[in-house]
Design a protein around this ligand. Structure first.
Ligand SMILES: [Zn+2]
Length: 749
């Protein structure tokens, strides 16, 4: 261990990992951990938020704006004086538009034309040229979000030019925020606040959902006017309430609230129409029947009360917007070459696959913070790119050259709570033995596939994934050390007389961040472990790869060879199975529009090959998936095949983009999914209302929130994280990462 550390100190990281010195990175990561370890109390958090939103509410333009992500110096100064500037990556508030326009005028005056600025002006004037600007930006966007952002941040004017020169699809209003001749398509969900949406109530004074209201909404929506979307949002909340009132009457419960009696059956007095409307959903019917009397409105309406908060798009509306997005993608698929998706809800790997397969000219894809696309999805997505590229090569079409990826990151609860923790990979705690081995297992497979395909961006220093990897709490700089060792291993030349020693050293360093987290007695690695035990391999009966036993659960050594499953496969499945933030409901909606997928969800994708030089680390050993039942020799003699697949990551049997846009079957299924989304929206609001009305024990009725793991706040700011039952045996959070950083420093590792 000490030798490994000394080598790293002397040589530094592999230039493809980072150019920054080890010590500097270490100090930075430790100071960030220290800052993050303390969460504000719930009250402080709430107060800060209220202050932020109030500032936003009275900003200089008189418009409500939000905390932006833009952080240039000019922007920071401007922000400290009067509130935030953007609603998302490329979504300027009117205030920033104004700052940018003023900057444009200033740069254009000759006295401001100093040397440095003249250079910038040339670049800017080129960008300003309608055709040329768009062309230049196509190239910039092709290098990923961070590169575009770096260019945009050079000046306010450049920021404006960049935002105007790409086709920007606003997911919330299903319309273009900016349309240009560019071949770049950016879809995003801008952040919105309830106050700005409520504006329409004073603008159009008809009763909500009256005939006049609906007529006006339809007219505005057909014109692509943003007020149309606002009226839809408010109207939907009213509809949820009206439905809840109806079902409160139709789902009577004679025994009181359902969590008191623990009787989960439907009360016989419930009307038939209610049971039918809910498709026999017992939990939802019980929730409706347990509601207290509803008079003029309920607390579950997100526009209720005077406070300003972040608007949350209902699932039914989001599902509808997803179809509109995909229909538009189909329309522009004849010329779009670069696609970026930012924060787009309800896009999972299946929808992404439909998009990518249906856009034959796309050569660069960026997926950033889409909540249903997690780290494990990198594997099926790489296989998908391989499959698409194989088809394109046959047709002599350009291949997909780059994939920029920022998986969903789980920050945990925003305020102090006994369960609050940032695990990054998952919302809830997961076992260290699985999490750590699986995390690096997925990373190893992903690097080997991306390298074999010569795919750009994913593992480049400027790529979004490197930022994400650095953010996941872990052994200090674990992913950096792992990648450094991996690249060194892959570069060892077969003719090199020291090749064996170099490979052994690299293997040791590669396994180091895994072993530090899950093994003991690492100080005694020399000589037995290093010379004899290291490098032992197991076969995975799920993916068919053979790789280091360190990437398998500890108990794998007790299992027969044919039954072992690597942690990368198990983690992929566990990430799919997370239930927080209504993830399971959201996937159910998508299941409806992928009707064949359920039958083939365990099929193997067309695997991207692994990089040849890494055969000593991992290799595909078997693609056989079915065992001949007539052969039954001793267990130990059975051939190793992959008949035990665990992640349902198949991307076969999916609808095409075209069938979503204009087929006959999928669009009708889509309506069914929107209807299910509506029922989930109502069920969720019922839960929130019960949480509000039964917050504590009263009159013999126990409080409602403790009856649910999420504290009665599904997909809500107050959603609880599950309790960490395993304590020391759980995956890293910030606190644990800091502890291991300190102990490593003390032991000189
Ligand atoms: Zn596996």
């Amino acid at each position: 261990m000490i030798e490994s550390r000394k080598r790293l100190e002397k040589a530094g990281f592999h230039p493809r990992v980072t150019a920054r010195p080890l010590k500097e990175l270490e100090q930075e990561s430790i100071s960030q951990l220290r800052k993050k370890i303390h969460r504000p109390s719930r009250r402080t958090f709430r107060e800060r938020q209220r202050r932020k939103l109030d500032i936003a509410d009275v900003s200089t333009t008189g418009r409500r704006v939000r905390s932006g992500r833009l952080r240039s110096n000019a922007a920071r100064n401007a922000m400290s004086s009067s509130g935030p500037l953007t609603r998302g990556p490329w979504y300027l508030t009117e205030r920033l538009e104004k700052i940018a326009s003023e900057a444009v005028n200033k740069t254009l005056s000759p006295e401001a034309d100093t040397n440095g600025r003249r250079e910038q002006l040339t670049m800017e004037s080129l960008m300003n040229h309608s055709q040329m600007g768009a062309n230049m930006l196509n190239h910039v966007f092709a290098h990923g979000h961070k590169v575009v952002m770096n260019l945009a941040m050079t000046s306010s004017k450049m920021f404006k030019l960049v935002t105007e020169n790409a086709n920007q699809w606003d997911f919330s209003s299903s319309s273009y925020k900016a349309k240009s001749p560019s071949t770049v398509f950016v879809a995003m969900l801008p952040t919105q606040y309830t106050h700005e949406i409520k504006d329409v109530l004073s603008k159009y004074s008809f009763p909500v959902n009256s005939d006049k209201w609906v007529a006006m909404r339809q007219k505005l929506e057909s014109q692509g006017h943003r007020d149309g979307q606002k009226m839809r949002a408010i109207g939907a909340e009213h509809e949820f309430f009206q439905k809840a009132r109806r079902f409160r009457r139709q789902c009577l419960r004679s025994n009181g609230p359902y969590w008191v009696t623990e009787d989960t059956e439907i009360d016989p007095r419930t009307t038939r129409s209610a049971v039918e409307w809910w498709h026999d959903n017992k939990e939802a019917i019980n929730i409706m029947g347990s509601l207290k009397a509803l008079k003029t409105m309920w607390s579950a309406n997100q526009f209720e009360g005077s406070g300003n908060k972040q608007y949350q798009m209902p699932l039914s509306i989001a599902m509808d917007s997803l179809q509109k997005l995909m229909t538009e993608m189909h329309t522009v698929s004849t010329y779009i070459e670069v696609v970026h998706l930012h924060d787009v809800p309800l896009v999972d790997r299946r929808m992404l696959a439909a998009m990518m397969r249906g856009m034959p000219h796309v050569v660069r894809v960026g997926v950033y913070r889409c909540p249903l696309i997690h780290f494990g999805d990198v594997i099926p997505i790489l296989d998908l790119i391989h499959e698409i590229n194989t088809g394109r090569r046959e047709k002599e079409m350009p291949a997909i050259k780059g994939f920029d990826f920022y998986p969903n990151f789980e920050d945990g609860m925003p305020y102090q709570h006994q369960n609050a923790a940032t695990y990054g990979l998952t919302w809830g705690p997961l076992a260290m033995d699985l999490g750590q081995r699986g995390f690096y297992g997925i990373l190893l497979k992903a690097v080997m596939k991306a390298k074999a395909m010569d795919l750009g961006q994913l593992f480049e220093k400027d790529g979004a994934l490197m930022d994400w990897l650095a953010k996941v709490p872990n052994v200090p700089l674990g992913p950096y050390c792992f990648l450094d060792a991996l690249y060194r291993y892959l570069e060892v030349d077969d003719e090199d007389p020291d090749r064996d020693e170099k490979r052994t050293q690299a293997t040791y360093d590669l396994l180091k961040p895994i072993r530090i987290a899950v093994e003991t007695n690492l100080g005694q690695d020399w000589p037995v472990y290093y010379t004899k035990q290291m490098g032992r391999k197991y076969f995975c009966s799920s993916c068919g790869y053979e790789t280091f036993r360190e990437l398998f659960p500890s108990h794998a050594k007790y299992l027969p060879r044919i039954r072992r499953t690597c942690c990368a496969c198990i983690l992929q499945r566990d990430l799919d199975d997370e239930k927080d933030h209504c993830k399971a409901w959201k996937l159910n909606l998508l299941d409806i529009v992928c009707p064949l997928w359920g039958l083939v969800h365990l099929e193997f994708n067309k695997e991207a090959p692994l990089y040849g030089n890494g055969a000593g680390l991992i290799r595909l050993k078997s693609t056989e998936a079915e065992r001949d039942p007539h052969l039954a020799p001793e267990v130990q003699e059975l051939t190793l095949i992959r008949d035990n697949k665990c992640p349902s990551d198949s991307l076969v049997g999916l609808p095409t983009l075209e069938s979503i846009a204009k087929g006959t079957i999928i669009p009708s299924l889509w309506k069914e999914a929107v209807a299910l989304g509506f029922r989930y929206d109502l069920q969720r609001r019922g839960i929130l209302e019960l949480r509000h009305r039964y917050s504590r024990q009263w009159n013999g009725v126990p409080a409602f929130p403790p009856t649910r793991e999420d504290g009665g706040a599904p997909d809500h700011e107050d959603e609880l994280q599950p309790t960490d039952e395993d304590g020391d045996l759980s995956f890293f959070d910030h606190r644990k990462a800091l502890v291991v950083a300190n102990s490593m420093r003390l032991s000189g590792w």
